[in-house]
Design a protein around this ligand. Structure first.
Ligand code: ASP
Length: 287
């Protein structure tokens, strides 16, 4: 089965932004779906989907990223492909319009899995990826949230896909949490924690407090539940229950099992998500 599932971050949304966020995740899922129906690889599909939301100021990734305690943007992103287990991730990068595309450049080069800061940014220029002034990624809303020292609102973005050849991929991108210290990396930069894909196990992208998600290796833990026989919805819910029970953290996750069945769960007030599968007509938009 061909499938894609996209999330727009676990958190507590401003009521006025709910509908627009759901429309955006649906649009992102459709963008990824178009890659899949054209016979594209799952990795290209998840990157296409996540890049849509990085460009959308309503999400905490790319344009619209939250600010560090010093009032600057530092972004994390990661990608993984389940056929070869190749992975790429970037941490604490700025001045790069699409961190998820930069993560793919790391994957393609194949030398490192995770590169941070200025050296990662230089790679963007080498790969011809769009760069910008670091301030260009700061929206008025992100500045206001920082000035008011408002609690992190979520809005990390991620996607998982299964292509026609049966290959899986996952991608996640975030500005992290508001008021984080410079140099802090969250789970979205950590393979196994925020992002994982293995054709034999499944694929997942997580969102929520990065420190807790890293400690539990949340996505990989959820895929282990799949391997032990849980279906995708149950693996998603149970992994979050463990995160809550062991670490007191509320989060969200989207999963695909190796056949392309979808699991979406969150223990936060909300998490916009959308999925599309070859077995069902149209895009399904969730809470
Ligand atoms: N997981 C992200 C981080 O800790 C934040 C989020 O998903 O809301 O950087």
């Amino acid at each position: 089965m061909t499938a894609i599932a996209v999330h727009g971050g676990a958190g507590a949304e401003a009521p006025g932004e709910r509908d627009a966020r759901r429309a955006s995740v649906a649009r992102a899922a459709e963008e990824g779906w178009a890659v899949l129906v054209a016979g594209g690889h799952a990795l290209d599909a998840v990157i296409a989907a996540v890049a849509v939301l990085e460009d959308d100021p309503l999400f905490n990734a790319g344009l619209g990223s939250v600010l560090t305690v010093d009032g600057v943007v530092e972004m994390d992103a990661s990608v993984m492909t389940g056929d070869t287990l190749e992975a790429g991730a970037v941490g604490a990068v700025t001045g790069v319009c699409s961190p998820v595309r930069l993560a793919r450049a790391i994957l393609v080069e194949g030398r490192e899995v995770l590169l941070v800061g200025e050296p990662a940014q230089q790679l963007a220029r080498r790969h011809g990826l769009a760069t910008c002034a670091p301030e260009a990624l700061i929206t008025e809303e992100a500045r206001r949230r920082w000035q008011e020292r408002r609690a992190p609102g979520g809005e990390t973005v991620g996607a998982v896909a299964r292509d026609a050849a049966g290959h899986l991929a996952a991608a996640t991108s975030t500005g992290g949490v508001t008021g984080k210290r410079r140099g802090r990396l969250g789970d979205s930069a950590v393979i196994g924690a925020g992002t994982y894909a293995d054709d034999a196990l499944g694929a997942g992208s997580a969102t929520g407090p990065g420190e807790a998600i890293i400690r539990l290796c949340l996505v990989r833990s959820a895929l282990d539940l799949l391997a032990r026989g849980a279906d995708a919805p149950r693996a998603a819910a149970e992994s979050l229950a463990t995160l809550q029970g062991r670490l007191g953290a509320a989060a969200g996750i989207v999963l695909l099992d190796p056949r392309g069945d979808v699991g979406v769960a969150h223990t936060t007030a909300s998490m916009p998500a959308a999925y599309r599968r070859s077995s069902t007509a149209g895009t399904v938009v969730l809470d």
